[in-house]
Design a protein. Structure first.
Length: 368
C-alpha cells in the first residue's frame, strides 16, 4: 500500500496535525538534495547534477558515499511508475560500468574543486582506492503511488539495489518542514537477494608498478625523520603489524614518504633489503657502517630490559637513496591526498602522484 506521512505538533494535551502543502516543484527538492544530500539519511558527496549519459539522458543527481559507492538519485516528477523505474534502471546499467578514472573525470567536470579535495572535505579522509564497488538506485518523489511501490518491491526481491524515498512538505504557523520516509530500510535483506550487492568488477585504480606510499611515524620519544633524511632510511616496528608491510618493499621501489598529521617529506628509491635496526648497515662516505653506531636523534632499540631485539617487536630499517627530501617542518599536504595507516602500501592515486611531482619538481623518470 502507498506510504503516507503524518506529523503532529503537541500543544499541551492536544495534538495538532501539521498541514500538508505542495512543494513548489520537484526541481526545488532536487536543489535541496544537492545542497544537503544528508536529507536522505546518509552523508553523501554529490559529484554531478544533470549528468549526461552516452544515450543523451540526464541523471538528476549522481552521488558517492564514504566507501566510494555510487548513488543514482532520480526524481519521479510526472513520470509514470513504469517510466521512472525503467529510467533509473537504465541509468544504473551505465553507472555500474564506470571505472575509477571515468568517475573522477566526471566529478571534476561538475565540481568546483578537484574530486579528491571534495571527498576529503565531506568525509574527512582520502578517497578509497576502489570506487563504485557497489551501486544504489533511489527514486525520489513527493508522493509514492501504488504502482511504483509494487514494482520497486518486486525488483528488490531479486537483489536489485533500488529503493524509493518520498518527502512530505508541511507547514505550521509560517514554518516549513520536510518529512522523509523510505519504502524499505537498506539493512533489510529481501528474500532471494541483497539490497546492496557488489558490482561484478572492481573499480580499483591501476598501479604503475613503481610507486609506494611509506608512513614514517616521526615521534619525539621514538624514531626521528632527522635521522631518516640524514642517513637515508625509513623504518617501522614495535609490532609485526607495523613492520611487515615495510619489510616487503622491493628493491628499486620508488617510495613517497609521509609523516602522519604533517604531510609528504621525501621521494626516494629502495637500495637494499630491510634489516632489523641492530643489524642495519648504512653507507657513510662510501663506507658501510652500522646504523646503530651513528649519533642519532631518535630511539630505535625496542628490546625490553635484559632482553635482546626480536624480529616481531624490533625496528626494521630499509635503506633509501633520496631523490628529494625536506625537513618535517616543510612537509607538503593538500586536501584529498592519499594517506594510510599501513607502514607501506602501493600508491595508486594519480592525484597524489601528480601533486608530488609538481611540488618536488620531479619529471617522473626518477627510479626508472
Amino acid at each position: 500500500m502507498p506510504v503516507e506521512m503524518g506529523m503532529w505538533r503537541i500543544d499541551g494535551d492536544t495534538p495538532k496535525r501539521l498541514t500538508s502543502a505542495m512543494l513548489p516543484s520537484e526541481a526545488t527538492l532536487e536543489q535541496y538534495l544537492e545542497k544537503d544530500p544528508s536529507l536522505l539519511g546518509e552523508r553523501l558527496l554529490v559529484i554531478g547534477r544533470q549528468v549526461k549519459t552516452p544515450h543523451g539522458k540526464l541523471i538528476d543527481l549522481l552521488a558517492m558515499d564514504g566507501e566510494g559507492n555510487l548513488h543514482v538519485l532520480e526524481l519521479k516528477r510526472d513520470k509514470t511508475p513504469r517510466d521512472v523505474v525503467a529510467q533509473v534502471l537504465d541509468y544504473g546499467s551505465w553507472v555500474s560500468t564506470l571505472d575509477r578514472d571515468s568517475i573522477i573525470d566526471l566529478a571534476n567536470h561538475h565540481l568546483d574543486v578537484p574530486f579528491e579535495s571534495a571527498f576529503e572535505e565531506v568525509f574527512g579522509t582520502s578517497a578509497p582506492d576502489e570506487l563504485n564497488a557497489a551501486l544504489q538506485l533511489t527514486i525520489v518523489a513527493t508522493d509514492l503511488d501504488p504502482g511504483s511501490e509494487r514494482i520497486v518491491t518486486y525488483l528488490r526481491t531479486f537483489g536489485v539495489p533500488v529503493n524509493a524515498v518520498f518527502f512530505s512538505y508541511l507547514e505550521d504557523d509560517g514554518r516549513r518542514y520536510l518529512a522523509r520516509s523510505w519504502l524499505a530500510r537498506e539493512d533489510e535483506s529481501e528474500p532471494g537477494g541483497t539490497a546492496y550487492p557488489k558490482t561484478k568488477k572492481g573499480k580499483r585504480a591501476e598501479w604503475n608498478g613503481r610507486d609506494w606510499f611509506v608512513s614514517f611515524g616521526d615521534d619525539p620519544v621514538g624514531r626521528s625523520w632527522v635521522d631518516g633524511e640524514k642517513y637515508g632510511f625509513v623504518s617501522a616496528g614495535g609490532d609485526v603489524w607495523y613492520s611487515r608491510s615495510l619489510r616487503n618493499l622491493p628493491l628499486g621501489a620508488r617510495i613517497n614518504v609521509h609523516i602522519p598529521s604533517r604531510g609528504y617529506v621525501a621521494i626516494g628509491e629502495v637500495i637494499g633489503p630491510a634489516e632489523r635496526f641492530d643489524r642495519a648497515q648504512i653507507s657513510v662516505d662510501g663506507v658501510e657502517v652500522p646504523l646503530a653506531s651513528q649519533t642519532l636523534v631518535g630511539t630505535y632499540l625496542r628490546g625490553r630490559d635484559g632482553e635482546g631485539e626480536t624480529d616481531e617487536m624490533g625496528e626494521w630499517v630499509v635503506p633509501v637513496r633520496w631523490f628529494t627530501s625536506v625537513p618535517a617542518e616543510q612537509a607538503y599536504w593538500e586536501k584529498g591526498m592519499f594517506a594510510n595507516q599501513n607502514s607501506a602500501c602501493k600508491l595508486r592515486q594519480e592525484f597524489t602522484l601528480e601533486r608530488l611531482a609538481q611540488h618536488f619538481d620531479l619529471d617522473g623518470d626518477e627510479g626508472e
